[in-house]
Design a protein around this ligand. Structure first.
Ligand code: ADP
Ligand code: MG
Length: 251
């Protein structure tokens, strides 16, 4: 693959023989992954296979114990300054939104730009409103998260991440806690982001989304990357028995 020839400073994300244990439990086993800027990677696999752990290692919400993780040319080590540098570049959306319930939608979006980026409030508000318009809920700006539907809350979470102007977005099952009628409104926002060239790593089982935007689908099982392919091949012609079994259960 051409990507493997890219030098590491051209890569958005690089994992080299990454291993992680929770106590005795070997959760990530020799994970290798190269993501070039602008690439969209979909990660799928059974529950407990290590998808969230891998995603969380990329912005150091979890630590790996062996191997290398390099994000935008910065290797993640114990150096807190570097962890901060990486987190500045990487946005993350979770299954359960993780909005601050006691802050309004607008305040959720301006909090980090004001306090982390030291942005003047008026500018932070302007940027927040721009992204709330992009996710099509500017009229909800003064409401609290609890007053919004799940789909609206997830769109706020995406807008909040975008306010920090990330180079890379990580998504961990952003639609799996949503009612079916709200899934599309969140996926539409993600598709737009992809079309604008955002580098994205998405844990999701949304096959339509994967086929539409992913450059590659990665299948994980028991802490390993078992299969990797472009989306149509991956879904229509899986090679590995574990992939076949998994797809037969979700499709
Ligand atoms: P996935 O996202 O694919 O469902 P996870 O990365 O959440 O998988 O979890 C992989 C495995 O690691 C599971 O067996 C899970 O129980 C275990 N695990 C996850 N987080 C922790 C933790 N903080 N401490 C111990 N074990 C954990
Ligand atoms: Mg998970």
């Amino acid at each position: 693959m051409a990507m493997e020839n890219a030098s590491s400073n051209e890569l958005a994300v690089q994992l080299v023989d990454v291993n992680k244990w929770y106590g005795e439990f070997h959760v990530l086993k020799n994970i290798n992954l190269n993501v070039t800027p602008g690439e969209r990677i979909v990660i799928c696999g059974p529950s407990g296979s290590g998808k969230s752990t891998m995603i969380r290692c990329i912005n150091r919400l979890e630590e790996h114990q062996k191997g290398k993780i390099i994000v935008n040319g910065i290797e993640l080590t114990e150096d807190l300054k570097r962890i901060d540098e990486v987190r500045r570049e990487v946005g993350m959306c979770f299954q359960h939104f993780n909005l601050f319930p006691h802050l309004t939608v607008l305040e959720n979006c301006t909090l980090a730009p004001i306090w982390v980026r030291k942005m003047p409030k008026s500018e932070a508000v302007k940027i927040a409103m721009h992204y709330l318009e992009r996710v099509k809920i500017p009229e909800q700006a003064d409401k609290y998260p609890g007053q919004l539907s799940g789909g609206q809350q997830q769109r706020v979470a995406i807008a909040r991440s975008l306010c920090m102007n990330p180079k890379i977005m990580l998504f961990d099952e952003p639609t799996s806690a949503l009612d079916p009628e709200m899934i599309k409104e969140v996926l539409d926002v993600m598709v737009e982001l992809a079309e604008e060239g955002m580098t994205m790593l998405c844990v999701t089982h949304e096959m339509g989304f994967a086929k539409l935007v992913a450059n590659r689908v990665i299948f994980m099982d028991a802490g390993q990357v078992v299969e990797e392919n472009e989306p149509h091949e991956f879904f229509d012609n899986p090679q590995n028995d574990r992939t076949k079994l998994f797809l037969s259960q979700i499709l």
